[in-house]
Design a protein around this ligand. Sequence first.
Ligand code: ZN
Length: 358
Amino acid sequence: MLPADVPAIWLRDNCSCPDCRDPLTDQKLFQITDLPDDLGVANVRPVDGDEEGWEVVWANDGHVSRYTAEWLQRAAEPDPRTEDGKELWGTAARFADGLPETTWAAYLDDDAERLRMLQAVARLGFCLLRDVPLRDGQAQQVALSFGYVRETNYGPQFEVRVEERPNNLAFTNVAITPHTDNPYRDPVPTLQLLHCLVNEAEGGDSGLVDGFAAAAALRAQEPAAFAALTGTSVPFAFRDDTTELSAHRPLIAADPAGRVREVRFNNRSLGTLRLPAEKTEAFYAAYRAFARLLLAPERQLDFRLGPGDCLVFDNTRLLHARTAFARGGARHLQGCYADLDHLFGTIDVLKRKEAQPC
Ligand SMILES: [Zn+2]
């Protein structure tokens, strides 16, 4: 039965009849102010047919709307970008039985396999594609398999290897502690891809940390610290010879309902925070508490990328790290940025295809 607690205004705003939504584009044809002030339902009855649904006749203007049970159910799904749409993993033990991975060939040939990998990024924050061809620009090809490349001042792609005059510590052989990329951008690149071409150096192993799980742990253990971080915009900054970038964003961004939606954590690019003394002290205590959680070794999933491996991960949620490697050791990754909106969109398109096999 149509739930009794569904407000009339909400139902009418979601009418899908051809007068209310353009049948071709499915876009809404009226403005919210066009609806009558005195909306009332005259009659509700189940719709005849295979699919469960209801027909509503409106009291004031006799308009008729139809709703399906399936639509009602879908409307209740959480925002997949927030923690409610995720499987949080507090420790690497979650992957004792293996990583979410497949081969590039299987990913390309099999829609179900592609869907499984993209859903792993959506739910767990990452997937690993193996046997990706060792070709220049291949990370971008992986991005184009589900969305678009986000070009930045580093170019359409970037080379992660030891550079003569690096503009970023990533392009040296030093250890890089867990961080999210480019917090000094707004909007931040929401996805990152790293394609390993060569990894023969001693060291140079990779690590991932679930920032959402750490944020949820902070909220449970120290609610005041969680509130201090979600409630404080901090400046992040990057500069080199030709670029100046900065963004003021919180370390933990929550949606209006308080659900974790984005984490930014990068000690290399945190700028100077200027607040009243008391707030500064509270922020630093919270920042240190969050950092202790994020940097706890047991939270880090360690693995080693080999030639042909391409890691795809959610840069709003997962932190990534690498161990130091021997100077002169051969290690070369190519990376690029992309965005989550198209990854989620491709998941929905693949699900649509799955539901209606041709
Ligand atoms: Zn209508």
